[in-house]
Design a protein around this ligand. Structure first.
Ligand code: IMP
Length: 424
């Protein structure tokens, strides 16, 4: 049974968790394949709001197995806190939630280094969530990080490994004039949670391979979005992992031949948190209105999200990078009651019109949007099936579908599970 991959088509916060939750009812396994506690995935179940950060959001169904994949960077302390929240909401995680032994550990000094590096960037700040993601991936690639599997070491060995790592990190932090951390205190904190964490740890690559050959149906859950991908995004204003389709393969251990549906999630408009170029940004009262209507405040940091019109140039690029086989369009309801809608179909730079997304952030920053106007539709409830949607809402959807040459098979018209239109 081919796996379905869920990927953000914009700068994150597209509403991926809702689509994962929706599809999960007929899938068996959900693997989160990259990122860490920088993500915030919100699902509304029976009117109750759940915010996931590291645990895959698909876990809300009792029949599913959840895996924190090898491509993730995991803060074990935050994981335990999140787990407590999940359990106290009546969700059983016993024997169905697993952490890859190959996933990296986010150490307490990673978030400190994140903040130190960010302040050091002065006016070129990235707008990081401060969760230590960049420094943790840096250590991974420098081959000096700790893996979740290290929790299985004997206590003495684990203690001295962590104490040694903290001593090295202290040297890095000293460059910024930061105070030293206590190697003994941090090592002891890790030893204290070892017994709570160890039974979640598995060699998940082989688990994934076994479940794949047993015909289990997988969802690969991405965090962030294509334009925040370390390779394909608006570098350096990106996160430190591959949030695109390649990351789903390396970050879970599933072979490319197992992939079936590659579902791109796009919001009906665009948002971005943190710094970096954003050609269709609305820096006016209308942008504020969109933010209020769409409740566009970060799930992880509470920061207001920057809001703007749908950007087809960027959306086409995301489609090509990932090879989306279909699209889910979210938050269509937020656009209701707006008289005239705009869609950016090209950019203008130095008097020249372009319709290709530039690889350089410096060039993207100079791009001005060229818009097509579309008539809006009345405010009010959006219908339960496609034919019941207002005519202009259908025109808006079909315009995006035509331009992206990809079927929009899900339309989300509100936060709840039932507010989803499926087009077969
Ligand atoms: P970091 O991943 O925390 O280092 O942040 C790098 C950039 O990615 C910043 O602009 C963040 O605001 C953005 N970012 C990280 N995670 C998310 C997310 O889950 N949604 C939206 N933006 C994110």
């Amino acid at each position: 049974m081919p796996a379905a991959v869920i990927i953000g088509g914009q700068w994150g916060d597209e509403g991926k968790a809702k689509i994962v939750d929706f599809l999960m009812s007929d899938h068996d396994v959900v693997v989160r394949y990259q990122g860490g506690a920088n993500a915030g995935h919100t699902v509304v179940k029976e009117g109750k709001k759940f915010a996931f950060h590291q645990i895959p959001s698909g876990l809300l169904y009792p029949h599913t197995t959840g895996i924190l994949g090898n491509g993730m960077v995991i803060n074990p302390f935050s994981f335990l806190k999140e787990l407590d929240g999940v359990i106290s909401n009546g969700i059983n995680a016993q024997d169905r939630l697993f952490i890859s032994s190959s996933a990296q550990v986010v150490m307490p000094y990673h978030s400190i280094l994140d903040d130190l590096k960010e302040s050091d960037r002065k006016e070129r700040k990235i707008g990081s969530t401060g969760k230590g993601i960049g420094p943790a991936y840096s250590d991974k690639h420098a081959r000096s990080g700790m893996r979740m599997g290290d929790f299985l070491l004997e206590k003495e060995e684990l203690f001295s490994k962590i104490a040694g790592m903290v001593k090295k990190a202290n040297r890095k932090m000293a460059i910024y004039g930061a105070p030293e951390l206590s190697p003994r205190k941090i090592a002891a904190d890790f030893i204290n949670i070892r017994d709570l964490i160890e039974h979640f740890i598995r060699d998940t690559q082989m688990m994934v391979a076994d479940m794949n050959s047993q015909g289990k149906r997988f969802i690969l859950e991405g965090a962030q979005g294509t334009l925040l991908d370390i390779d394909h995004g608006t570098y350096p204003y990106v996160t430190s992992s591959n949030s695109t389709v390649g990351g789903a393969i390396t970050g879970s251990g599933i072979p490319p031949s197992a992939l079936g549906r590659v579902i791109g999630i796009y919001k009906a408009y665009v948002t971005r948190v943190g710094r970096g170029p954003f050609p269709t940004e609305l820096e006016d009262q209308f942008g504020d209105k969109l933010r209020e209507r769409g409740c566009e405040f970060g799930t992880t940091t509470g920061r207001p999200r920057r809001c703007g019109w749908f950007d087809l140039v960027a959306a086409r690029y995301a489609k090509k990078i990932n090879g989306f086989s279909e699209i889910a369009l979210t938050k269509l309801d937020v656009l209701s009651g707006i008289e005239k809608l705009k869609i950016c179909h090209a950019y203008e730079i130095d008097g020249e019109r372009i319709d290709r997304f530039p690889a350089s952030s410096a060039i993207l920053d100079k791009c001005r949007p060229v818009y097509t106007e579309m008539p809006g539709w009345e405010d009010g409830e959006l219908g339960g099936n496609y034919e019941e949607l207002p005519g202009n809402a259908r025109k808006y959807i079909e315009k995006l579908e035509d331009e992206l040459e990809t079927r929009i098979s899900f339309i989300s018209t509100g936060p709840g599970r039932r507010e989803t239109i499926i087009r077969e």
